[in-house]
Design a protein around this ligand. Structure first.
Ligand SMILES: [Zn+2]
Length: 382
């Protein structure tokens, strides 16, 4: 079996809306530094990203939108046009070189895809990607181009692969879902906090696809304040059933870690236990059902000091079949980042849970999630 590959280059940090925006790719560098300081990621595991071409972006994005992103990044797009393409919102404002910097993230995901499709690796990870809210003709939710959707269409068109998309970000993977909503050649699976109080508001159980694609969109909207045990059981049972039903050739997983209890943007109550488990279960599914073929991308994650690097490190460790490390993080990593951190910096791999609040409605929440799971299972198995 070929060893996994890790796509990274400092140039990927340039995707930045402005200096105070919560989407901060410094988390990619921190994750890479953490793994390297621990001796768990070597230079020869890392491959540099290529750029995505316009033709590749056109696999899912509209030409007028790509042209608008180019002009917006040069500062020449009129205000009314900005609005119609979602490029002047507080979430997704235009920035200098927007097109070039956004397509690099797509190129990074395609670099992981190429490595697996060309047989250089069975598994590859590109944490720069996972921009699941990007629509074919409009920016949304911190996402300009939708790297996962481009990657899926690229594998489908160029390699005739049946692709399973698995999204464990706290937010619904709406962009990817809508792009493939009428297709029976791609299955989109998203487990997320219910859209009742959270962006983008979609992802209900009843969104199941349309026309030929009916039954090929799977949604597990879970309750706010869901904890580890309930999340893990709902996730494992529904995902394996969906994979068995669809029989994909390959899995691409989006690994947003904003469902962590310390993430400032969502209301789920998951700890490092879940984020150790997710990639190991996806890895197991790939080994069992897709001949080991698995591509992982990043996604949401807005507590870059306390959460993202340790949680994302687990994706790579799952790929190289390593158990979750325990105890103190490497000293060189702590030396580099602890003093820069504006908040209490974690020193261990696992969460210490000092500030974890017990959830009083636990029984209610678990019961609701079980009922959501049961309804989803009826859909999947019908
Ligand atoms: Zn998210």
């Amino acid at each position: 079996m070929n060893k996994p590959l890790y796509v990274y280059d400092d140039s990927l940090l340039k995707y930045r809306f402005n200096s105070t925006h919560p989407f901060n790719q410094m988390r990619l560098k921190m994750t890479t530094d953490l793994l390297q300081s621990a001796g768990l990621l070597n230079e020869n595991d890392i491959i540099k990203p290529r750029e995505a071409t316009d033709d590749e972006l056109l696999l899912v994005h509209k030409k007028d939108y790509i042209d608008a992103v180019k002009s917006a990044g040069e500062g020449t797009l009129p205000e009314d046009k900005m609005e119609s393409y979602g490029l002047n919102t507080e979430d997704t404002p235009s920035f200098s070189g927007m097109h070039e910097k956004s397509r690099m993230l797509v190129g990074a995901t395609l670099t992981a895809v190429d490595a697996v499709m060309e047989g250089r690796a069975d598994k590859a990870v590109s944490l720069a990607g996972g921009l699941h809210h990007g629509f074919s003709g409009r920016a949304s939710g911190f996402c300009v181009y939708n790297d996962s959707a481009v990657a899926i269409e690229y594998m489908r068109k160029k390699y005739s692969k049946k692709v399973m998309y698995v999204d464990t970000d706290a937010h619904h993977g709406d962009g990817v879902q809508w792009i493939f909503y009428d297709s029976n050649e791609v299955m989109t699976y998203s487990i997320h906090e219910t859209g009742r109080y959270l962006f983008p508001g979609t992802g209900s159980l009843t969104e199941r696809g349309t026309e030929e694609g009916f039954g090929f969109a799977v949604n597990l909207p879970i309750d706010a304040f869901t904890e580890d045990d309930s999340f893990i059981s709902v996730f494992k049972e529904s995902l394996e059933a969906a994979i068995v039903k669809f029989k994909p050739d390959i899995i691409i997983s989006q690994n947003g870690v904003d469902a962590h209890y310390r993430d400032p943007m969502t209301h789920l109550s998951l700890t490092s236990e879940t984020f150790e488990e997710i990639p190991r279960f996806v890895c197991e599914m790939a080994d069992k059902y897709t001949d080991g073929k698995w591509i992982a991308v990043g996604g949401g994650g807005y507590n870059i000091w306390q959460v993202v690097p340790r949680m994302w490190a687990q994706i790579w460790l799952a790929m190289v079949n390593m158990k979750p490390p325990r105890g103190r993080l490497p000293e060189s990593y702590l030396d580099k980042y602890k003093k820069k951190s504006p908040v209490d910096f974690p020193v261990n791999w696992e969460d210490n849970l000092d500030d974890y609040q017990e959830i009083p409605r636990r029984a209610d929440i678990n019961e609701k999630n079980d009922s959501t799971l049961n309804r989803a299972m009826l859909h999947i198995e019908s």
